[in-house]
Design a protein around this ligand. Structure first.
Ligand SMILES: CN(C)C(=N)NCCC[C@H](N)C(=O)O
Length: 270
């Protein structure tokens, strides 16, 4: 495979896991009785930030708020396309106050935030993919929100139904490699949605359940480097065969809350 993959510099928003914990259970990964090593989580998160910066990306931070243990999952706070911000309305009451803190960050940067009318969890379920936005539903973000997103951005929104509670957000089951291609785990989707993905992406990288359960599809790609969970070894090998450069970053402590690399990373697209 020629060395043809080109990285594009990105701007990422992240939130330090100062108050990270598993205090409630809103997905099958979360067990409040199992301990979380907060110091290890902070080291892992710092490594992610340093790795992004080492690869030339801009990383900005939003101030973590006490009492919001899931606020570290910045991807869920909004989806930003061409400098326009479509905010979130979380399903879980425990997460709803996060939107206030993120909105303050966006406002301070001169962005206006659109407030959705229906449950919508940002880039967790809304994945900009070149000419369209892939949109997950089934567990969190609603079909009504998909319609609202399409009206707001004027970009086609392609609804995909998730069927496995372990993959409750689209970004646990699929990630965008570049403008043209994605990687995904087919069994996380309804039969019709699988067909849609096969039509849109005949050349997609197909992941195994093992890759997906290791949060391998919760990866971030800059078009060349793929920041990926080290547990997803088979997926990383496939990516390397296609000319991408896997960059392993271990966020195992965050898996205990049902999140990984992508969940911790909001892309600010100008
Ligand atoms: C990849 N995923 C799922 C994310 N984009 N976000 C992680 C959110 C975790 C949080 N405890 C929750 O269940 O909402």
């Amino acid at each position: 495979m020629p060395d043809s993959r080109v990285a594009r510099r990105r701007r990422y928003l992240v939130c330090e896991p100062r108050h990270f914990a598993v205090r409630y259970a809103i997905n099958p990964w979360m067990h409040p009785d199992r301990p979380v090593d907060v110091l290890l989580a902070q080291r892992q998160w710092r490594t992610l930030v340093d790795t992004y910066r080492d690869h030339g990306h801009t990383v900005e931070t939003v101030k973590p708020e006490p009492g919001l243990p899931d606020m570290v999952f910045a991807a869920n706070a909004a989806v930003v396309v061409e400098g326009r911000v479509f905010g979130s309305l979380f399903l879980a009451p425990e997460r709803r106050p996060e939107t206030v803190a993120y909105e303050a960050w966006f406002k301070a940067g001169g962005y206006e935030v659109h407030h959705p009318e229906s449950v919508c969890e940002g880039e967790g379920d809304l994945v900009p993919a070149g000419r369209w936005i892939l949109a997950g539903t089934g567990f969190r973000t609603t079909r009504e929100a998909h319609r609202e997103v399409q009206e707001f951005f004027g970009v086609p929104v392609i609804g995909l139904t998730l069927v496995d509670p372990y993959f409750y957000h689209l970004d646990t089951a699929l990630f965008v490699l570049d403008e043209e291609n994605v990687a995904y785990y087919p069994e996380a989707f309804s039969p019709g949605s699988r067909e849609v993905l096969a039509r849109l992406y005949p050349d997609a990288v197909i992941a195994t359940r093992e890759d997906a359960m290791a949060f391998g599809l919760n990866s971030v790609s800059d078009g060349r480097h793929v920041f990926i969970s080290p547990g997803a070894a088979a997926l990383a090998a496939q990516l390397a065969d296609r000319g991408y450069v896997p960059v392993p970053v271990d966020l195992s402590e965050f898996h205990k809350a049902g999140g990984g690399i992508k969940c911790c990373t909001q892309e600010i697209r100008s």
